[in-house]
Write a protein that binds this ligand. Structure first.
Ligand code: MG
Length: 323
């Protein structure tokens, strides 16, 4: 089965193609908002502008024609309404024009499944960290449950926001991570509630220190504190669930310092640590294609009237949407 996967939940428009569980292509075009950050309407304009180009490059790179595609999968949420709508509309247009079946995919589910696939991991605790989300997940009888999560903003949003407060040229977590290298620790508030996380107080406190300490030291301290909080809740969830595998996924999973901290923790606890290559932790269409294939096998095609964006689509609602 050949699946085309379309990703457009936030800054990235990507189209990937899979054949069964093999990835054939993964073309990614990310919108960079510069100092102003990510404005929803501008992300949507970007996606509409590059859609045709990403689409033809993805087919070309996979070495297939549109006729070969059996299913069009698209990211259905969670995401930001305007950019999300571009991908959903594009998927429906292509499906109606070329007479293909459709499948809406929960974005975190796709990050988890491609991570499992890349790391050959099963029966794991999942730590999902992205711009909008920070969650601890476990699978039970084929459905995901949220054990703990952020009670306010996602950890990636914390970094992007602080990068903007520091007026970095590119207000993105990856730029903040570069700045943080070699910084010194400044004390910042640490806020963990059981297996849940709270980041907005940390953001405010760090912002108040701008001018009193260097941007480098504050970037370093903000990242160290939030990663330490993340490790604490993850370790608590590992002990509670007695899982012997930990998979970290989502955009922030690309951060090497976080990977190092989690690896040390897992070694101490006798837990296997897994993280997919960066290509699958950033937003990408290949994971939507692969997850679309898995969901299609389980639930069959999605009727076109159900193919609408769900901006607040939680991973623990998949069976309600598809069942
Ligand atoms: Mg993502």
């Amino acid at each position: 089965m050949i699946v085309m996967g379309i990703e457009s939940t936030a800054h990235t428009l990507s189209i990937g193609i899979s054949r069964n569980d093999a990835i054939l292509s993964n073309v990614i075009d990310m919108y960079r908002g510069g100092t102003e950050g990510l404005i929803p309407r501008k992300m949507a304009d970007h996606h509409a502008l590059v859609f045709a180009d990403v689409f033809s490059k993805s087919l070309e790179s996979a070495g297939i024609a549109m006729d070969d595609v059996d299913l069009i999968a698209f990211s259905q949420g969670p995401g930001i309404g305007s950019p999300l709508s571009v991908g959903v509309s594009g998927a429906k247009y292509l499906a109606l024009k070329h007479n293909k079946k459709l499948m809406g995919v929960n974005h975190p589910y796709a990050h988890v499944k491609i991570g499992e696939h890349a790391c050959s991991m099963k029966n794991q605790l999942v730590l999902y960290l992205s711009g909008g989300n920070s969650q601890l997940l476990v699978e039970q009888e084929g459905h995901y449950h949220v054990l703990g999560e952020t009670l306010d903003i996602g950890i990636g949003n914390l970094f992007d926001n602080f990068a903007r407060s520091l007026r970095l040229k590119d207000a993105h977590g990856s730029e903040l991570a570069k700045l943080a290298e070699g910084g010194k620790y400044v004390e910042l508030p640490y806020s963990v509630k059981g297996m849940n996380l709270v980041f907005s107080g940390l953001l405010t406190a760090a912002e108040k220190q701008i001018g009193k300490h260097s941007g480098k030291d504050l970037a370093y301290s903000l990242m160290e504190t939030s990663f330490a909080m993340t490790c604490e809740v993850t370790e608590r969830a590992l002990f509670l669930t007695k899982k012997k595998n930990l998979l970290v996924c989502g955009g922030v999973a690309q951060n090497r310092r976080l990977q190092e901290m989690l690896k040390i923790m897992c070694e101490e606890d006798g837990v296997r640590f897994g993280v997919a290559p960066d290509e699958y932790n950033r937003d990408n269409g290949a994971m939507i294609a692969y997850a679309g294939y898995l969901l299609f096998k389980k639930y069959g095609p999605m009727p076109v009237e159900k193919c609408i964006p769900i901006p607040n689509y939680r991973v623990d609602r998949i069976k309600d949407v598809l069942g």
